[in-house]
Design a protein around this ligand. Structure first.
Ligand SMILES: *[C@@H]1O[C@H](CO)[C@@H](O)[C@H](O)[C@H]1NC(C)=O
Ligand SMILES: *[C@@H]1O[C@H](CO)[C@@H](O)[C@H](O)[C@H]1NC(C)=O
Ligand SMILES: *[C@@H]1O[C@H](CO)[C@@H](O)[C@H](O)[C@H]1NC(C)=O
Ligand SMILES: *[C@@H]1O[C@H](CO)[C@@H](O)[C@H](O)[C@H]1NC(C)=O
Ligand SMILES: *[C@@H]1O[C@H](CO)[C@@H](O)[C@H](O)[C@H]1NC(C)=O
Ligand SMILES: *[C@@H]1O[C@H](CO)[C@@H](O)[C@H](O)[C@H]1NC(C)=O
Length: 556
């Protein structure tokens, strides 16, 4: 190899990396991101569309498929998409957050290329730049099991995707202006279901979906909202939970399900009632001002409108929190269902692995120079002009950020916030326990990119090491998002076996924009292609890295 030029080496290894995937099918997409008028709550406003649509096009694929999406930014602001829950193994280069990538500038395009690897399940994509998430560019992404891998339920008659969440009638620019001036964005105006909202009194409107008597359907449901937890239910029908954020679950039957911001799940619904219309109901949970929306599920050849009497949501008081925590505890991983990958995240026997590091994170809300900010353990993240991943890779991290300003324990006074890029130096392959503490009066939800974690416990009160004996160390669901109730804690565990720079964040976008996020820097000391792909050729460079010498590529 010694005689190859640097460029030959680079090409050689890029080609090598591609050859590994050559047998896996490709799906190509061209997406044009533009402004356009939408009215999710009936009030026309400027939305962000993909190929003219809101919600955006659905990506339908199978484990190990390659997804190639050429995104043309026709907005007047920099833009990025992330693929929530898609693990991007070895590839944080294209994770779509400002800590990993330069944004796509107005008038420019960028081609994401990632492999969904051994994942299955229901996910969604959304924009991470500014407050774009409040205006659209959100869509579903479903990953089917490969043919040879059995799925633990019969093939449904059809599959329906439901993206739902709270909505603001103000556009992203005015919401952002509010945050930049130091104020909160306040309460949302309503709830939408696939970009529409409905009330019981509405004159017979178009059905959301149509079903045939006797058939069973898979509904993939994601909460894509800005901040509001919801409960959903279908009049007269039960919901059989089968999948949650990429894991097949024990198939319990529910009358209604809570779904927190950023979470996705699949339920089976059997059309076994009198053929007519039924309301699908979504209502806010634990919100000061309750919001709800309905949509019609219509039986083919059915006869009659939906009953105006809606099934009730569980209460929003302390009992309602207890109800919700109990429901969380009923979610179990189906250990006998074959997973796409036999051994996800290191081990089925995660309960027997010794914890190498405990990271306890407490959220806070505070004012800095009179302006609202949010933080984790006293640090409020600010994005740098140079993406953290690129700064690190080009050996220029010291000019952009400092590792470990954040500590593994919350400080005494968590409300004193330091504003800085928030990067935690994590050790490759460590088995970590992350405790989320919520000392506020509102519910929180957290998400980790690049990984799924075992969601082992949620309890009211304060965490202490003795609480570990209450963990579910057998069949906790492996997922990427967890809610934390007011004055409660939640614990998750994962093996940091995916090298890269990974975002851990609140899923509430006001909080993310104002600093409630951090990055795990997981470096493989080997600089090996087995652990991380090389910097993709089409990576745009920005900030201080253009012109810096390109580091030698990783080797086999
Ligand atoms: C994208 O949409 C804009 C505005 O409608 C249009 O001018 C442009 O031609 C489109 N570009 C592509 C690549 O489709
Ligand atoms: C989605 O993809 C699966 C296989 O990958 C295929 O069987 C199914 O028909 C596709 N569905 C749609 C709606 O395209
Ligand atoms: C932009 O789109 C063009 C035309 O499809 C494509 O050839 C090019 O590779 C894209 N650029 C990037 C950075 O992905
Ligand atoms: C778990 O999956 C297995 C294998 O597909 C299936 O037979 C079983 O019914 C599932 N168990 C539960 C409790 O859902
Ligand atoms: C875990 O730690 C215990 C006690 O420190 C030790 O005895 C055991 O060998 C460790 N197990 C593994 C798998 O490392
Ligand atoms: C990160 O932690 C590892 C030990 O896990 C240490 O060797 C390394 O020097 C640390 N890096 C920085 C930049 O602090």
């Amino acid at each position: 190899m010694g005689r190859m030029t640097f460029v030959e080496l680079f090409l050689c290894f890029s080609a090598g990396a591609l050859m590994v995937h050559a047998e896996d099918p490709y799906h190509f997409f061209e997406w044009n991101v533009t402004y356009g008028t939408i009215a999710p709550l009936g009030v026309p406003q400027q939305g962000i569309l993909i190929n003219g649509q809101f919600p955006g096009p659905k990506i339908n694929c199978t484990s190990n498929n390659n997804i190639v999406v050429n995104v043309f930014n026709n907005l007047d602001e920099p833009f990025l998409l992330t693929w929530n829950g898609v693990q991007h193994r070895k590839n944080s280069w294209q994770d779509g957050t400002l800590g990993t990538m330069c944004p796509i500038l107005p008038g420019k395009n960028f081609t994401y290329h990632f492999q969904v690897k051994d994942q299955i399940g229901s996910f969604y994509y959304f924009p991470t730049t500014g407050l774009h998430k409040a205006s659209g560019a959100i869509g579903g992404l479903q990953v089917h099991s490969r043919d040879l891998i059995p799925v633990p339920f019969d093939n449904p008659a059809d599959e329906y995707f439901l993206l739902l969440g709270d909505w603001y009638n103000k556009g992203h620019k005015s919401l952002k202006k509010q945050l930049d001036s130091g104020r909160s964005i306040g309460r949302p105006d309503g709830i939408h279901i696939n970009g529409k909202s409905g009330k019981v009194s509405d004159k017979a409107s178009e059905p959301l979906y149509t079903v045939e008597s006797g058939k069973t359907y898979r509904c993939r449901v994601c909460n894509v909202g800005m901040r509001t937890s919801v409960n959903f239910r279908l009049q007269g029908h039960t919901l059989k939970l089968v999948e949650m954020e990429g894991s097949h679950t024990v198939q319990n039957v529910y009358d209604s399900l809570d779904l927190h911001v950023g979470q996705c799940l699949s339920v089976l619904v059997t059309a076994n009632q009198v053929p007519k219309d039924y309301y699908f109901v979504v209502s806010s949970r634990f919100a000061q001002h309750p919001l709800s929306s309905v949509a019609i599920i219509r039986y083919l050849n059915g006869n009659g409108p939906a009953s105006p009497e809606l099934p009730l949501s569980p209460p929003d008081n302390t009992e309602g929190i207890a109800w919700s925590i109990n429901q969380f505890r009923s979610f179990r991983w189906n250990l006998t269902a074959s997973a796409a990958r036999p051994n996800p995240q290191g081990s089925y026997h995660y309960g027997q692995i010794n914890i190498t590091r405990t990271i306890k994170l407490a959220n806070s809300r505070s004012y800095v120079d009179g302006k609202l900010r949010f933080g984790l353990n006293g640090v409020s993240h600010v994005d740098s002009e140079t993406p953290l991943k690129l700064a690190e890779y080009f050996g220029a991290s010291d000019k952009v950020f400092k590792y470990d300003i954040i500590k593994d324990e919350p400080p005494q006074d968590n409300t004193k916030l330091i504003l800085a890029p928030n990067v935690l130096n994590a050790t490759f392959r460590n088995f970590v326990e992350i405790i989320f503490e919520n000392h506020e009066r509102t519910i929180q939800t957290y998400h980790l990119d690049g990984y799924s974690f075992f969601a082992v416990a949620i309890e009211p009160g304060r965490w202490s090491p003795e609480k570990r004996k209450n963990y579910n160390l057998l069949d906790a669901v492996s997922r990427h998002n967890i809610q934390v109730y007011p004055n409660s804690w939640a614990a998750v565990m994962t093996t940091l076996d995916n090298a890269g720079m990974w975002s851990l964040r609140s899923e509430m976008w006001e909080r993310v924009y104002l600093g409630q996020q951090l990055y795990f820097s997981v470096l493989s000391p080997a600089r090996s292609l087995r652990d991380e792909y090389n910097l993709p050729d089409n990576t745009p460079l920005c900030g201080i890295v253009p012109g810096l010498p390109l580091p030698p590529p990783y080797t086999a």
